[in-house]
Ligand binder design. Structure first.
Ligand SMILES: [Fe+2]
Length: 222
């Protein structure tokens, strides 16, 4: 049963209870002193008198937690909105990136792309082998956690390889339209590959769903 239910002892009986029960039943917020008067100090050695349980440590925290302080409570609270941007980038970016990643992979994947995507890869990277080598190297080289990407540069009409740190979303960070993302956070590979990221990058080509990557390429060219 929670605090505030029938288990709370009537006030008149509280001094008779053991100290640990009185503390457990203490109010969640410390009492507010009357306006204009400072709380009376007890003489040394008489702190925490028997008639009132001392507020618990967590109740003495005066400020609201940071999550509350940052929440935009009013429309147009630009300061609060700006303060939320890093969290939006991290959590929103993580959602976008993984949503793409899950569709980029397939247990029946691997091999090579076909059609227009393969032609574009050969045009922009020389060969499929060169493309694989370059994207692998960029992904292995991400410092700390991040993503390796094949993206489409719509202005220039060509494919490009990029790396993003943390969960930074490709399009919001570089302007490239994401086609194929490779998660190189350690959580993506440590269960199977320990800390050997290059082994994970070598194996991931066996599960790339080129149909999905091709379909993304066809969509972004429209
Ligand atoms: Fe991940």
């Amino acid at each position: 049963q929670g605090r505030g239910t029938s288990t709370v002892t009537p006030r008149a009986l509280q001094p008779l209870l053991p100290l640990h029960i009185r503390r457990a039943q203490a109010p969640l917020t410390p009492p507010t002193p009357p306006r204009g008067r400072l709380p009376r100090r007890r003489p040394p050695g008489r702190e925490g008198g028997a008639s009132r349980a001392a507020p618990r440590a967590e109740c003495r925290a005066a400020s609201p937690p940071p999550c509350c302080a940052a929440s935009p409570r009013r429309a147009g609270d630009v300061t609060a909105q700006v303060s939320l941007q890093p969290a939006l980038k991290f959590n929103g970016g993580g959602h976008i990136n993984h949503t793409i990643f899950w569709t980029n992979l397939s247990p029946n994947g691997g091999g090579e792309p076909k059609g227009e995507l393969m032609e574009a890869i050969k045009r922009d990277f020389g060969s499929f082998a060169n493309f694989k080598e370059k994207l692998t190297a960029v992904s292995v080289g991400v410092q700390g956690s991040g993503w390796g990407w094949l993206g489409y540069n719509k202005e220039q009409g060509r494919l490009q390889i990029a790396a993003c740190a943390n969960q930074d979303p490709l399009q919001g960070t570089t302007g490239l339209i994401p086609l194929l993302g490779i998660d190189v956070w350690e959580h993506a590979y440590y269960l199977q590959y320990k800390n050997v990221r290059p082994d994970y990058l070598k194996a991931i080509w066996n599960v790339i769903n080129w149909e999905n990557v091709s379909s993304r390429y066809a969509s972004c060219k429209k």
